[in-house]
Ligand binder design. Structure first.
Ligand SMILES: Cc1ncc(COP(=O)(O)O)c(C=O)c1O
Length: 319
């Protein structure tokens, strides 16, 4: 997940228990079952990170059986579906970001959806409605606020009308944007599918994804190969991120960097993050751009592969 997710947990005074990730970059449901048993957690904050959705039917059955509420972080899945239902409609609540890089964009901002009156009333109070919550056009009935309004802290994070007015005309454009992202993602995936040592993620048959970014794994590589690829790609204008770095860089960080949400080690996840590369696919790219980017990555990966296996000691020159 991303730093603001454990950040949100820390902000409400809760404690995060991290769950392992699978090589397909979805939550590990076996580990989730174990963590539910081992902890007293009653809420799962599920990040559909980078647009990869787990088997939502299995996840909801597991959480339902143990009384665990699911909050979906859909920062990367606005417009994606599982089994025909939009992401954000499985859990108690769906949370969307409308920051610049997202599917509809107001520079900064975000929104929540829920059918649950209590949860929504609390969210409105938390966002900073003061005692003016009745003016919120989508708020539940005023009675719902009665038992909550004096107990819920005001965290002052409202969406203003200016932002909302920027977002509303973008909603009808979402389906067309999703289709364009899909074509960029599919172009990258097809162009890289025969690159030696490169693993693409597998997706569930029920998933209709939105690919606003692209990930691949190099499971056989060590840190030097990975750093060399990032540096060589950058030299050729391809902005690649790698999740194996010791310290956070830009938006890219790892669970063991987040001291504010310190947790137990996740050995499976560590293996995956060490080999995981990530890049944005903005809609300013065309499929032809993606073919070119994939060609650059393929050539650089091949050249690094030819240097032999990285025994975490082979220093490759970055020239
Ligand atoms: C997975 C994930 N969750 C939550 C957020 C938080 O969104 P925002 O920056 O709009 O608060 C982001 C931001 O990019 C994200 O990537």
């Amino acid at each position: 997940t991303l730093a603001p997710v454990p950040g949100a947990i820390a902000a409400v005074g809760a404690r995060a228990v991290f769950v392992e990730v699978t090589p397909d970059l979805t939550i590990d449901l076996v580990d989730l079952a174990q963590k539910i048993h081992a902890s007293s957690a009653k809420t799962l904050l599920l990040s559909h990170m980078r647009g990869h959705m787990c088997d939502m039917d299995q996840l909801m059955a597991l959480c339902g059986a143990h009384g665990v509420r699911v909050i979906e972080d859909c920062a990367h899945t606005m417009g994606a579906h599982w089994g025909g239902a939009p992401s954000g409609r499985y859990g108690l609540m769906g949370c969307y970001s409308t920051q610049t890089y997202k599917h509809i964009n107001s520079g900064e901002g975000g929104l929540l959806i829920s059918d649950d009156d209590q949860a929504m009333a609390r969210a409105i109070l938390l966002s900073g409605s003061y005692m003016l919550y009745e003016r919120h056009l989508a708020a539940p009935e005023p009675e719902v606020f009665e038992g909550l309004k004096l107990d819920t802290p005001n965290m002052s994070s409202r969406m203003d009308n200016l932002r909302a007015s920027i977002l509303r005309p973008q909603l009808p454009l979402l389906a067309e944007r999703v289709a364009r992202w899909r074509s960029l993602y599919d172009t990258m995936a097809v162009s890289l599918k025969n690159t030696r040592g490169l693993r693409l993620t597998q997706r569930g048959a029920s998933e209709a994804f939105v690919g606003s970014s692209f990930q691949f794994l190099m499971p056989e590589w060590g840190a030097l190969h990975a750093q060399t690829l990032v540096a060589r790609a950058a030299k050729r204008g391809v902005d690649l991120k790698w999740f194996g770095a010791d310290s956070p860089i830009g938006f890219t960080s790892r669970y063991d960097h987040w001291r504010f949400a310190a947790g137990k080690a996740l050995p499976e996840t560590d293996q995956i993050l060490k080999s995981l590369f990530d890049m944005r696919l903005p809609l300013t790219f065309t499929p032809a751009d993606c073919v070119l980017i994939a060609k650059i990555l393929h050539a650089e990966i091949q050249s690094i592969n030819q240097a032999g296996p990285d025994a975490d000691g082979t220093l490759l020159s970055v020239d």
